[in-house]
Design a protein around this ligand. Structure first.
Ligand SMILES: Nc1nc2c(ncn2[C@@H]2O[C@H](COP(=O)(O)OP(=O)(O)O)[C@@H](O)[C@H]2O)c(=O)[nH]1
Ligand SMILES: [Mg+2]
Length: 258
């Protein structure tokens, strides 16, 4: 055969601040897809610092680098150890990517380091995402914990963070509001979901920052940046259907399903 048929591989990269629920979501989403869509999932862990994983990774950064060993070897504390580990991991990118190519599963879920800023603002995130994008349709899932969001301008901060991830990683991202089982104030969800509702609330806030936030909300609305938001509970398995539908929609638009 002259041309090998292109494999239709979907790579879902779970990104988000420390403690937002990335690792929990990797497990819950993976199990949900396996059970409800009857598709086998491969798991990749890119967090060299994690002690316990609730899923079994097919490829694990800790096979190459662990924060524990790096701290000892370079005489670093947890923070420096994590940064050094993330940077060291880049050396193993090619070998890890060649293993991803050999996976037989058609959906791969990638867990990322606990601290989102390390994945985003050091080389590792863009380098891995770029390589993954060359072998499959790569979609980001940006996980947020809304229990720390109180004001309308917090909602803007959250959406801006979504844009930072878009710009930095250059892939489509779905914004996911996790821990809805803990959320007491439904106003926050309404503000996240409904641009007009958010505008009204922003209008009531005072000060220059509130004005900037209001203008930003208009820009986001204008360019359709207030899109693709799923509300889930990774812990209780809520909203997985909504998230899967969004993933599938993006996959069908930019993925190769022929
Ligand atoms: N209440 C609640 N807790 C959650 C949910 N998802 C994750 N958690 C908890 O949040 C903490 C951090 O989760 P983890 O998946 O390790 O976050 P990561 O640092 O982003 O990988 C753990 O104690 C989880 O049990 C959720 O949907 N609801
Ligand atoms: Mg984690």
């Amino acid at each position: 055969m002259l041309f090998e048929p292109k494999r239709s591989l979907q790579i879902i990269v779970i990104i988000g601040p420390a403690g937002s629920g990335k690792t929990t979501l990797v497990k819950t989403l993976g199990e949900w897809i396996e059970k409800n869509q009857n598709i086998n999932i491969a798991y990749i862990n890119l967090d060299p610092g994690v002690e316990y994983l609730p899923y079994k990774p097919d490829i694990d950064a800790r096979e190459y680098v662990t924060v524990h060993d790096v701290m000892k070897k370079y005489k670093l504390g947890p923070n420096g150890g994590l940064i050094k580990s993330i940077d060291l991991l880049i050396k193993y990118k090619d070998i890890m990517i060649s293993r991803v190519k050999k996976l037989v599963e058609n959906i791969v879920i990638v867990d990322t380091p606990g601290q989102m800023e390390l994945f985003l603002f050091r080389e590792i995130g863009p380098i891995f995402i770029n390589s993954l994008s060359q072998i499959g349709t790569t979609i980001g899932v940006l996980v947020f914990d809304p229990t720390l969001t109180y004001r309308p301008s917090d909602v803007i901060a959250l959406k801006l963070m979504n844009m930072v991830v878009d710009f930095r990683l250059g892939i489509e991202n779905i914004l996911v509001i996790n821990k809805i089982d803990k959320l007491k104030d439904s106003k926050i969800i309404e503000m996240i979901d409904n641009p007009q509702f958010l505008q009204e609330y922003l209008h009531k806030e005072k000060g220059i920052l509130a004005e900037v936030a209001e203008e930003l909300a208009k820009v986001m609305d204008k360019y359709g940046l207030a899109r693709r938001i799923a509300k889930i509970s990774a812990k209780e398995g809520l909203g997985m259907d909504e998230l899967y539908d969004l993933l599938h929609e993006i996959y069908c638009t930019c993925g190769d399903l022929t």
